[in-house]
Design a protein around this ligand. Structure first.
Ligand SMILES: C[S@@+](CC[C@H](N)C(=O)[O-])C[C@H]1O[C@@H](n2cnc3c(N)ncnc32)[C@H](O)[C@@H]1O
Length: 299
């Protein structure tokens, strides 16, 4: 197996520096502290998400994260960025073991991916790594980013520039940013992007359904169903949601709808991934690395 051409954790720090708008590529101790505080807040919101909270807690921990604030975007990227980036790779490997034929093959080196609830879209890293690990199977990646918060757009552009393009030098990227709220009727804005969406080979739904309350699941499905209906070929859907205790009611209705219209290749109720081996392993021991400075207790 070939190791990535970049040090991912370093690149993630460069991205965080952009998100915080600091000059230079690295976070000084002040920004490490601010990022660490944001990480705690983001993780606390996740732990409490969907729970019926009382009194003070309601004020502190909202039901979804306000990603228009850069501290939450930074906290999210620092908390989950590396893991989500590597998770897609492991996800593809698991599907490959079950049925390799369902994994779309790029046509003349071209693949179209639609990312629903894109955020910084770090999950693209694992996808590109899976395809281009041994040879450059994807040479042109077309991406549709579907996202509610337009504030993510520049972070996503930075992610493409500082991570994807540096790690996969031969890759050409063509992207579309589609700003819609999945909890509202998005058919008009989605239909304006008909041609790009219809070409989707893969749809990624990573860590988004848990953000949208049960009350809106019908509308979320209406939007997703529209995309599925216009796809002009077979499409592989990868869905990953965290197993937060109280959010299953937000996720299950969409999974039920999907299983009515699609063949389930692989289903796992709950699974723990540990990134401690293989080419995509998370390194925490180097005292200069971002992970060490952010997550080691003495810091
Ligand atoms: C937690 S982030 C996940 C980002 C990325 N997919 C990942 O796995 O790292 C969830 C994203 O979904 C977006 N989102 C939440 N509710 C949404 C909605 N109703 N419509 C569109 N996007 C939404 C959020 O703004 C956020 O960027």
């Amino acid at each position: 197996m070939v190791k990535p051409k970049i040090d991912f954790t370093d690149a993630l720090e460069n991205l965080l520096a952009r998100v915080w708008q600091v000059s230079g590529d690295h976070l000084d101790s002040g920004f490490i502290r601010k990022t660490g505080e944001a990480v705690i807040d983001v993780r606390t919101i996740y732990r409490n998400k969907g729970e019926k909270l009382k009194g003070e807690k309601i004020k502190r921990y909202s039901q979804s994260i306000d990603f228009s604030q850069r501290r939450y975007r930074a906290g999210y990227i620092a908390s989950f960025g590396e893991r989500h980036a590597y998770l897609t790779y492991h996800h593809f490997k698991k599907i490959e073991n079950v049925d390799q034929a369902v994994i779309p093959e790029p046509q003349k080196g071209e693949l179209t991916v639609t990312v629903i609830g894109a955020g910084a879209a770090l999950e693209l890293f694992g996808l590109c790594y899976y395809y281009n690990e041994n040879k450059s199977r994807i040479r042109k990646l077309k991406i549709n980013f579907i996202e509610r918060t337009s504030d993510w757009q520049s972070d996503r552009d930075s992610m493409l520039e500082m991570i994807i393009k540096k790690a996969f030098l031969k890759l050409r990227i063509i992207k579309k940013d589609i700003t819609i709220n999945l909890a509202q009727d998005g058919i008009m804005p989605l239909s304006r992007e008909y041609d790009s969406l219809a070409k989707s080979d893969i749809i990624l739904i990573y860590n988004v359904l848990n953000e949208i309350t049960f009350y809106h699941t019908k509308m979320v499905w209406k939007n997703i169903e529209y995309i599925l209906k216009i796809c002009d070929k077979r499409v592989l859907i990868l869905l990953v949601e965290p197993s937060a205790k109280y959010t299953i009611s937000r996720i299950q209705p969409v999974i039920d709808q999907l299983s009515r219209c699609a063949k389930t290749i692989l289903k796992s109720d709950e699974e723990e991934f540990v990134f401690n081996s293989g080419p995509l392993r998370i390194e925490c021991s180097d005292s200069n690395s971002l992970n060490f400075r952010l997550f080691t207790k003495s810091n």
